[in-house]
Design a protein around this ligand. Structure first.
Ligand SMILES: *[C@@H]1O[C@H](CO)[C@@H](O)[C@H](O)[C@H]1NC(C)=O
Ligand SMILES: *[C@@H]1O[C@H](CO)[C@@H](O)[C@H](O)[C@H]1NC(C)=O
Length: 361
């Protein structure tokens, strides 16, 4: 940590010597606010340090660039959206990969509709319907006159309603790190009603609204706020309908997608890590300009060198924690999907999907 701090200091001095502060703030491209999170939870109890993710198998190596989210069909075939614009199918027994539908861009959140159709979040194209005969239809790409820039996560209710997010209307997929670093709430939680074909904004001003998952009874949903290291609970029924409260906060990393296992728990992929150093630096808004300069954040953050996924009960209590503190097996984990005895892991760092036999139940 001391070394890293010295490195930053040296960097600040060299940058200050070669450029004026206004040039730096212009170059950073962000308008930062300070981010205050409680101290990282102690790595004990459920969060005890482990290496369980190192046991995973790699599916479709070389054929799945940045497989961000995963959906499974009734036959157990997996679908994932890749950085080459394809939604690909993976046969989990053999690892065979097939191109399925070319969406363009980088398809992110995936969830099945009730008509053999797959619903897809593509950052700029918006909420898409891949029909049963593989035709593409744009369902929603703006709400209240504001276009989506990072349509991200979704879930489909029994009544057909689609709950989804636009992580930020300011930054694109390439610069999502900057939105997260900037720390301003540019995200929205949205609802698409297939009967009226209209989109409603359920919440605006969310902090990088990312994954969405409905509870087993569908009386609430959980939506992850990546830049606040927390997930929020949004009530869909009952006397608190339409209100939002913290579901789980102070996570040991930045949450991405969230998936319900159909029984008793949500799985959350933690796409980026936290360190005491970065937690301290982001408390000082002007420093974020430096962190935003090309290469700086990558140098000091440990994100690409760790992988973490977390299971949380419907009451918000952590139940299981799998990690690889080296990030050698997998990194930038975006999704953990439980299917039978296995957990399938989407990510943005590798060209394969992780397959892990579950051990903590
Ligand atoms: C999506 O496509 C299916 C056909 O596969 C269709 O029945 C459905 O109405 C479409 N729209 C939505 C929102 O599901
Ligand atoms: C940003 O993403 C687009 C595709 O969405 C790509 O063509 C472009 O090269 C990317 N830019 C940078 C700076 O990575």
């Amino acid at each position: 940590m001391a070394l890293a701090l010295l490195g930053i200091l040296a960097l600040v001095i060299s940058i200050a010597a070669s450029a004026t502060w206004s040039a730096i703030t212009r170059k950073s491209g962000i308008d930062p606010v300070a981010s205050h999170w409680p101290p990282t939870p102690k790595m004990e109890g459920v969060f005890a340090t482990n290496t369980l993710l190192q046991e995973l198998d790699e599916l479709g190596v070389g054929e799945l660039p940045g497989p961000e989210d995963i959906a499974v069909d009734d036959n157990g075939v997996l679908y994932t959206g890749c950085a080459d614009g394809w939604i690909k199918r993976i046969f989990p027994e053999t690892g065979e990969v097939q191109n399925w539908v070319q969406v363009g861009g980088h398809p992110l959140g995936l969830a099945w509709g009730h008509h053999g159709n797959l619903l897809v979040c593509e950052p700029t194209r918006g909420l898409l319907n891949v029909t049963a005969d593989k035709a593409l239809e744009v369902l929603s790409n703006e709400a209240d006159g504001v276009k989506y820039k990072l349509t991200d996560g979704l879930d489909v209710a029994k009544d057909g309603s689609i709950y989804f997010t636009d992580a930020t209307h300011k930054f694109g997929m390439n610069t999502s790190d900057l939105d997260i670093l900037q720390g301003r709430p540019n995200g929205r939680l949205l609802k698409y009603d297939p009967s009226t074909r209209t989109t409603t904004v359920l919440r605006k001003n969310m902090y990088f609204a990312n994954g969405v998952a409905l509870s087993a009874k569908q009386d609430f949903l959980v939506v992850c706020e990546t830049s606040m290291v927390r997930c929020m609970k949004y009530w869909l029924q009952g006397e608190r309908e339409g209100t939002m409260e913290v579901f789980i906060d102070n996570l040991p990393g930045h949450p991405d997608n969230i998936r319900h296992n159909g029984r008793d728990r949500f799985w959350i992929g933690l796409v980026a890590g936290r360190t005491r150093l970065t937690d301290t630096l982001v408390k000082i808004a002007p420093l974020k300009h430096i962190l935003a300069l090309p290469g700086v954040l990558q140098k000091i953050s440990a994100s690409s060198k760790m992988a973490k996924v977390l299971a949380v009960g419907e009451d918000g209590v952590p139940l299981a924690f799998y990690e690889d503190p080296t990030g050698k097996s997998i990194a930038l984990v975006t999704t953990a999907l439980e299917v039978g005895d296995y957990l399938y892991l989407g990510n943005l760092a590798r060209n394969y999907v992780g397959k892990l036999k579950l051990r903590q139940l």
